[in-house]
Design a protein around this ligand. Sequence first.
Ligand code: FES
Length: 93
Amino acid sequence: MAKVTFLPENKTIDFNLGYTILEAALDNGIDIPSICQMGLCSTCMVKIEKGQEYLFENFGDNSFDNPNNSKSFLSCICELREETDTEIIINIS
Ligand code: FES
């Protein structure tokens, strides 16, 4: 199980395989603006400060590609690549 710390609140929560960053945040009272929750509108974009290599955007095909090596992810479709005990830091401001 990974740990995710959300900035600027500096709140850390558990993050499990098969869940999205947005689901984990909302389940723990952390508000990330979102509209479609399907990877279409970009309102849920967050910046990964640490641990981006452990994350991917699941567009429904379990694609692990991150062709631009981007640190910005759509939190509603952002999941762990694999089981890990790493620490991930996400800035939602
Ligand atoms: S809520 Fe629309 S892309 Fe994530």
